[in-house]
Design a protein around this ligand. Structure first.
Ligand SMILES: Nc1nc(=O)c2c([nH]1)NC[C@@H]1CN(c3ccc(C(=O)N[C@@H](CCC(=O)O)C(=O)O)cc3)C=[N+]21
Length: 297
């Protein structure tokens, strides 16, 4: 039995970060200011707080300016909208990220739609989404773009490959499918109502799992030699009483003997998400300064 390879997302993310740091230095030298990222965190969700902290640290590490806005869970829609408008108008801010999900009483879509598309480093505004659907240049959601970069690094040209995206979320599934389509894959989007999910997945040369169900996709469903990107980050109870660990949407133990390559969780897509956020912030800074996009990213 041959075992597939684990894709080292952390190592690839480190390479992306190095290139971003170079681009940041060049931008700062030519513009006399650093690119800036503003992150808005509403509420006290501990997992979100951890992600926001690692984004903050990475932003500073790569030489950019980081602005953090922590607001209580009971913030009103109006106050949150005012904050976003303020950031839209702040010349030091090139990228705006509102950490999702927001507390239930807030209208997430209205907040996202207010973000200036030129500062939309999450790629979630209708303008960014529309550009992606049209195949035009623009800011692309971080997790899907990071996943595509890993696939292209692993497989080279993706033309003609059968890709199945499992999950249809706005943040991951839908933009992932668009990116794969733009890369000339034959794309299927599967979801909770899909019939014979195992059979659909078995057709795929590329599987992107983004459903948010721990270890749901089993090895036997995967076509031998397929490449698998596991986007899932699910916290489950660990063996040790009271502790938790994170697992993906793919049952790696059974999948590893079927795949050519698979991303682990943690250490796969997660680190790429943050690296691409940094890249998108650098891109947004260039866009706002009227400079061409930096090369090699
Ligand atoms: N507007 C918005 N944009 C986002 O991009 C966004 C968001 N909201 N809300 C929450 C999710 C989650 N997310 C992650 C980022 C990095 C890791 C990451 O670095 N994970 C590491 C460590 C995981 C761990 O140990 O907890 C890994 O997979 O190796 C994970 C998850 C971004 N998100």
């Amino acid at each position: 039995m041959t075992l597939g390879k684990e894709i080292d997302g952390k190592a690839f993310a480190a390479k992306v970060q190095d290139k971003v740091a170079e681009g940041v230095a060049a931008f700062t030298a030519s513009q006399g200011r650093k690119p800036g990222l503003a992150v808005v965190l509403v509420g006290e969700d501990p997992a979100s707080a951890v992600y926001v902290r690692s984004k903050h640290k990475m932003t500073l590490k790569l030489g950019m300016e980081s602005f953090e806005f922590k607001r209580p869970a009971n913030i009103s829609q109006e106050e949150l909208m005012e904050l976003v408008e303020e950031l839209n108008g702040d010349p030091r801010v090139d990228g705006i990220l509102v950490q999702l999900p927001l507390p239930k009483h807030l209208d997430e879509q209205a907040v996202v739609e207010l973000i200036n598309p030129d500062k939309d480093v999450d790629g979630l505004t209708p303008i960014s989404t529309g550009r992606l659907a049209l195949g035009l240049p623009g800011l692309v959601p971080c997790t899907p773009l990071g996943s595509l970069m890993l696939l292209q690094d692993e497989l080279g040209d993706l033309s003609g490959k059968n890709a199945v995206v499992v999950g249809r979320s706005i943040l991951v599934g839908k933009p992932m499918a668009q990116l794969l389509l733009n890369a000339n894959c034959t794309v299927t989007i599967a979801h909770s109502r899909t019939q014979d999910l195992a059979g659909v997945i078995h057709q795929a040369d590329i599987v992107v799992a983004a459903i948010g169900r721990p270890e749901m996709i089993k090895g036997a469903w995967i076509k031998p030699g397929a490449t698998v990107i596991d986007v899932g980050i699910n916290r489950v109870p660990a063996e040790e009483e009271g502790k938790t660990r994170i697992v993906g949407d793919v049952d790696t133990a059974s999948a590893i003997s079927h795949v050519a390559a698979i991303t682990p969780v943690p250490g796969g897509v997660g680190p790429m998400t943050i690296a691409v956020l940094m890249r998108n912030t650098l891109f947004a800074a260039h866009l706002r300064a009227g400079l061409p996009a930096p090369l090699g990213l």
